[in-house]
Design a protein around this ligand. Structure first.
Ligand SMILES: NC(=O)c1ccc[n+]([C@@H]2O[C@H](COP(=O)([O-])OP(=O)(O)OC[C@H]3O[C@@H](n4cnc5c(N)ncnc54)[C@H](OP(=O)(O)O)[C@@H]3O)[C@@H](O)[C@H]2O)c1
Length: 226
């Protein structure tokens, strides 16, 4: 059984309530299948790249697409990235539309061996906006305790070796469903997006196309978008 519940959010009047009604798809199937409805978002440059050389943050999409993504964040229960994105971009993954910050989703990181830095913005903000770190049964207990002390929740799930070694995505989604997540926004990076798109169950994918990059783009090409 889950040891914690979805956070309520404060409405402008100050009363705590669950997420507001949205125009998102019907999630009854997600409840039935014990797996959240998954939306995969990737910003893709005109030459099919999703990141810059040297693993530094780079802006691919424009302001309108960014605003749309922040709205999606507010409409979802959780947002998920892999540890590669945390190490490359140090993202915050909150909704930063004016007035909608309290509707930020739970932030979820796939991190088999708990490499997430204690200095990351995600860990620093774990007491304000929930951070769930999904890891393997073998990751070190002291690292998990440090994250717990910083306000993050560590959730252990099974691993798999195919197609690449990683956390078992079916187990990840089941664990999220058990904790009340019905709408999940996946924001990458390349490995997580690829693993997810190779699963048999349906995923709603969305790409934000960007202009020709002004700097070298060396992250893997994105070829699985549908
Ligand atoms: N354009 C966009 O929309 C966008 C969005 C996000 C990121 N990015 C870019 O993408 C790049 C990072 O990509 P990335 O591929 O290194 O990072 P990633 O996909 O965010 O993270 C990959 C890591 O997640 C962990 N993981 C655990 N279980 C997994 C599973 N089942 N499937 C896949 N990964 C699993 C693995 O590390 P462990 O084995 O250690 O657990 C793996 O190396 C950066 O350049 C970033 O800027 C672009």
């Amino acid at each position: 059984m889950p040891d914690f519940a979805l956070p309520a959010y404060q409405s402008r009047s100050g009363s705590a309530r669950s997420k507001p009604p949205t125009i998102m798809p019907d999630t009854s199937g997600a409840v039935r299948d014990q797996r959240p409805h998954v939306i995969l978002k990737l910003a893709v440059s005109s030459d099919d790249k999703i990141g810059a050389a040297g693993r530094k943050p780079v802006a691919i999409s424009g302001e309108a697409a960014k605003a749309r993504v922040h709205l999606l964040r507010a409409q979802c229960d959780a947002i998920l990235v892999g540890i590669g994105t945390v190490l490359a971009d140090d993202p915050l993954l909150t909704c930063r539309l004016p007035g909608m910050e309290p509707q930020s989703p739970v932030r979820v990181v796939l991190d088999r061996s708990l490499r997430i830095p204690g200095t990351s913005r995600l860990v620093h903000s774990a007491r304000e906006t929930p951070l769930w770190v999904m890891t393997s049964n073998l990751s070190e207990a002291p690292a998990a305790m440090k994250l717990g002390a910083a306000g993050a929740h560590v959730i252990r799930v099974a691993t798999t070796v195919t197609p690449l070694p990683g956390l078992d995505l079916a187990a990840v989604l089941h664990a999220l469903s058990e904790r009340g997540i019905t709408r999940l926004l996946v924001e990458g990076g390349a490995r997580v997006a690829s693993s997810l798109s190779q699963q048999a169950w349906s995923t709603k994918s969305g790409c934000c196309a960007g202009p020709m990059p002004s700097e070298p783009m060396a992250s893997p090409r994105w070829t699985h978008c549908r």
